[in-house]
Design a protein around this ligand. Structure first.
Ligand code: ZN
Length: 417
């Protein structure tokens, strides 16, 4: 087993550990330690809320999820010799849930998917789903099942939702300026257009006093993906993946967290993957001056892993860029993907699922989303593919009509009104 360079004691909060991670991006958050090129290391990770979401049959914790405290990230880790302009090569040697025990933490045999309430986070289909819901998933080896969404099971494609290098001061200033400019176009919007720096709830590694206050005032939130990688939520960053991150500061200062047992393309409920704590084994290498050599100026590239579940049959749903009210939009692929997902949700309700069960399933199961057409004015066409094998019944259309399943008690709800 690789050296455990970032252990997390399951009985302690994230802030009370031997090494304290962070939940904002800033070049002045000191690395917890320096690793050598070629060294294989194990890093333990908390799920993104550090235990605020529990294994029960209520969605009150999702309704009141403490969004200012996310994402709880392990790191930063400096890599010996990395310089701005280099590419940091990160091999994901292994990634998995915490060893199962009687412990209560997400990742110890279970994980969760949430639909965030519109007034606390929202999601891809927040206008149709304004209330909070939760589904708990149980892990049996590689397979996930849920008491809240019966008659489905699928193998996890385990991956980190979030991994990235630290921004330079100049890059951070650019992020803050462009995101504030967007917020200023509609500052009172619910949910907000972007998240400005937020000192409340900030965790900044070993920083204290005036340094803490200074960094907390400008540190970027971790929700969006940016040039440094970050919260890309790419389900294919699984075991065996090699990622190439741009380096913006000496040491690169890589951080990682937000592990997912599984996720559908788009992570559409926002808390849409199967969230869990766990471990990730990494190995680093540097390509000197790699950003210029390969034209990887800004943003990561990667070679996906090869452990994806293989499905031979899919049922696919398409959508176009027309709103539910019938308004024509111009080549709006986000809207087209929303319509494709709503189309799939509608279909699944004909078998007996509630719309929320179907929405939670699309966020967490290994579904594929594609931009099928982006040039045929005025309609983009997006498609979503569901593997038929994840269902314990025949989900294909047939002359006899849909076979009704027993949806059970459903996904727990917390009313946002
Ligand atoms: Zn996540």
């Amino acid at each position: 087993m690789p050296d455990v360079i970032f252990p997390l004691d399951p009985t302690r909060k994230f802030e009370d550990q031997k090494y304290v991670g962070h939940n904002r991006w800033h070049p002045d958050i000191p690395p917890v330690l320096t690793v050598k090129q070629g060294q294989s290391v194990r890093i333990e990770c908390r799920e993104w809320f550090d235990g605020a979401i529990v294994n029960d049959d209520s969605a009150e914790d999702i309704l009141n999820a403490p969004l200012k405290t996310v994402h709880k990230l392990s790191g930063p880790f400096a890599v010996e010799g990395a310089k701005p302009g280099d590419l940091l090569v990160v091999d994901i040697l292994d990634v998995g849930p915490l060893p199962e025990s009687s412990g209560p933490l997400a990742g110890q045999g279970w994980g969760y998917t949430g639909i965030f309430a519109k007034k606390n986070g929202g999601g891809f289909l927040t206008d149709q789903f304004p209330d909070a819901y939760k589904a708990i998933w149980d892990f049996t080896g590689q397979v996930a099942t849920s008491r809240h969404i019966p008659h489905v099971s699928f193998p996890g494609l385990i991956h980190p939702g979030l991994m990235g290098t630290a921004p330079s001061a100049e890059l951070l200033a650019r992020w803050n300026a462009r995101e504030q400019a967007l917020i200023d176009t509609d500052p009172l919007r619910v949910p907000p257009l972007a998240l400005p720096p937020e000192p409340e709830g900030a965790v900044l590694g070993s920083l204290t006093g005036a340094d803490f206050d200074r960094v907390a005032a400008t540190g970027a939130r971790t929700a969006p993906p940016r040039e440094n990688g970050g919260n890309q939520d790419i389900k294919n960053l699984s075991k065996g993946t090699r990622v190439f991150y741009p380096v913006f500061v000496d040491g690169a200062n890589l951080s990682v967290g937000d592990l997912h047992f599984s996720q559908g393309d788009g992570e559409i409920t926002f808390c849409g993957a199967i969230e869990m704590g766990g471990f990730i084994d990494l190995r680093f290498e540097i390509i000197p001056d790699g950003m210029a050599k390969y034209g990887v100026g800004e943003n990561a590239i990667f070679l996906p892993g090869t452990v994806d579940p293989r499905f031979s049959e899919w049922i696919a749903f398409s959508g176009t860029s027309v709103t539910l009210d019938g308004e024509q939009r111009y080549l709006d692929s986000d809207l087209a993907y929303q319509r494709a997902c709503l189309h799939a949700i509608d279909y699944l309700t004909k078998f007996g699922y509630s719309p929320e069960q179907a929405y939670l399933l699309l966020g967490s199961a290994p579904i594929e989303g594609r931009l099928s057409g982006v040039v045929d004015i005025p309609n983009s066409c997006a498609t979503v593919y569901l593997p038929t094998a994840i269902f314990g019944f025949d989900v294909r259309p047939s002359v006899g009509g849909p076979v009704k399943i027993d949806p059970g008690a459903g996904a727990p709800k917390a009313d946002a009104s």
